[in-house]
Design a protein around this ligand. Structure first.
Ligand code: BTN
Length: 261
């Protein structure tokens, strides 16, 4: 197994903001837990927590996130963006694009994004993003963006009911992929995208261009009902715009989307 370390990651980085502080753990409950702890203790924006294994990795909607020891990239990054809480999805958008950049740069695979937080390739899920926030009255005190990317994982090893078929970079390529250069490429891409386009209209355009969900008939499971329509676009806050059969354009902020073809 390829070993990761804070020193090894630091040595490969030339970033402005992301990775100012790097903490590496062989095993944690969840890198999001560790990053939240750091953020609450006042760690600056750009701090990164990486782990080889999580005993309680989690995904959206309280789902379990599984990754055998050393098989995936598991990391969380602390942000302190000065935007209102309803713009927090822009961090997930920024991170999704950075993951796609890094995968393409390191492996040549052109992955796509599935609304709201999945990294996908040919109908399989390569990774996911979990963004959690800490609020101070009406503004964001910190946001933690957790990224899980299936690198050298045998999709058959995952247990339980999955929302979507899982895949990994090694399963797609038929060979192992080194995690350290991929992680450094990801941190560089995140640094560049966050510093250059988090606040600009470019983010929405680029994310839209990578969304595999658009133009498709979709079924959205909302907490209180099921919505059917065609995914037409996203707004600046990252909400999915679904055109219903009645012609209404409904912005969906949170929910599970399945393509209904
Ligand atoms: C999802 O697809 O629902 C999001 C998955 C996010 C998983 C990553 S792994 C690193 C970080 N720590 C966690 O517990 N979750 C995120």
């Amino acid at each position: 197994m390829e070993c990761l370390s804070a020193a090894g990651i630091r040595a490969g980085l030339k970033t402005e903001l992301i990775g100012r502080e790097i903490v590496f753990h062989s095993c944690v409950t969840s890198t999001n837990d560790e990053a939240r702890r750091l953020a609450e203790a006042g760690e600056p924006e750009g701090s990164v927590v990486v782990a080889d294994y999580q005993s309680a990795g989690r995904g959206r909607q309280r789902r379990r996130w599984q990754a055998p020891l050393g098989a995936s990239l598991l990391l969380s990054v602390v942000f302190r963006p000065s935007v209102s809480p309803d713009r927090v999805q822009r961090l997930t958008m920024t991170a999704g694009l950075a993951v796609v950049d890094a995968i393409e740069g390191e492996t040549g695979i052109r992955a796509g994004l599935k609304w709201p937080n999945d990294i996908v390739f040919q109908g399989g899920k390569l990774g996911g993003i979990l963004t959690e926030i800490g609020l101070a009255s009406d503004h964001i005190d910190y946001a933690v963006v957790g990224i899980g990317l299936n690198v050298n994982l045998d999709p058959g090893s995952l247990t339980g009911k999955l929302m979507m078929r899982a895949t990994s970079l090694s399963a797609v390529l038929g060979r192992e992929v080194r995690r350290l250069p991929l992680l450094c490429a990801l941190l560089h891409a995140l640094d560049e995208r966050y510093c250059k386009s988090f606040f600009s209209g470019e983010l929405q355009h680029e994310w839209t261009a990578h969304l595999t969900t658009l133009g498709q008939p979709v079924t959205v499971s909302l907490p209180d009902r099921v919505l059917e329509g065609v995914a037409e676009g996203v707004n600046a806050g990252g909400a999915l715009l679904v055109r219903t059969a009645g012609g209404q354009l409904v912005p969906v902020v949170a929910g599970d989307v399945t393509v209904s073809v």
